[in-house]
Write a protein that binds this ligand. Structure first.
Ligand code: ATP
Length: 249
């Protein structure tokens, strides 16, 4: 599943994140402590660790949802390395438009916006012609088994699994060089999980760097090139003689 490219797409250095609970007496919650991590093009890095260890916090910090307390997150953005910890808000928006895609577990639904438009939006924002955006959205919705009768409806009334698939279609519609996936198969049945595995493999074949959290061990083992253990702050390869190593928790 990986190719030979080793272009570094994200270099995390000594990243720490402490939450301060301002409405609870200013209590400090240290979550990430001096994390070092390198993410390469064309490879899938899985964040692993027990519940509450900080996997989602790390993923969100890589998307600049959270500002690091200290350390650096150097991202390859349009040929240069940009530190998200010190980037301007304008630069962060540009990174999100062109370089990093993020698929959260839950779709943020906008009332009255159709499924097709929700999926097309990232391409439209980049000025891609409507017929091209529509063709790509249609293909992804078909692949993800969203019935055509739902495409013109706003996804607010959809089931959890349908909403998650719309969100995945939206995340995969553009070939972001870096794709962050937070439990993309959490609400999906096996058939649709397999579609997501295939989409991830296709992305890796296009040299996209994927970072994900997958509680489903089958999905994790099917896509992981490396596992980053958030508890131990260590990165290890999962490939031994081309056989992924099973992680049982
Ligand atoms: N915005 C926030 N403010 C305060 N504390 C937070 C915030 N986000 C996360 N935390 C805390 O950080 C810790 C790590 O949470 P996080 O969601 O990153 O864990 P996780 O490893 O993804 O867990 P799970 O596998 O259960 O989803 C938790 O104790 C959580 O309560």
């Amino acid at each position: 599943m990986s190719n030979t490219s080793t272009t570094t797409m994200i270099q995390v250095e000594q990243l720490s994140k402490t939450f301060t609970l301002h409405n609870q007496g200013g209590i400090q919650l240290p979550i990430l402590n001096n994390v070092d991590l390198q993410i390469s093009a064309g490879q899938c890095t899985v964040l692993h660790g027990e519940s509450g260890s900080g996997k989602s916090t790390l993923l969100r910090t890589l998307y600049a949802n959270y500002l690091p307390s200290s350390g650096a997150i150097h991202v390859r953005h349009q040929g240069d390395m940009l530190d998200l910890a010190t980037a301007t808000s304008h630069e962060l928006l540009d990174v999100r438009r062109h370089t990093i895609g993020y698929v959260s577990q839950f779709l943020r639904v906008i009332p009255r916006v159709s499924t097709l438009d929700v999926v097309k939006q990232p391409l439209k924002e980049r000025g891609v012609a409507d017929d091209e955006a529509e063709a790509r959205a249609t293909l992804l919705l078909q692949q993800l088994n969203i019935p055509e009768r739902l495409w013109s409806l706003a996804p607010s009334t959809f089931s959890g699994g349908e909403q998650q698939r719309v969100n995945i279609a939206r995340g995969f519609i553009q070939n972001y060089p870096i794709l962050l996936l937070d439990e993309p198969t959490a609400s999906l049945d096996q058939k649709n999980s397999e579609v997501v595995v295939q989409l991830i493999k296709n992305a890796l074949a296009k040299n996209i760097a994927v970072v994900g959290i997958f509680h489903d061990s089958q999905v994790r083992n099917a896509v992981a090139d490396h596992v980053f253990s958030v508890n131990e702050n260590s990165l290890h390869s999962t490939q031994i003689n081309d056989q992924p190593v099973a992680l049982n928790h």
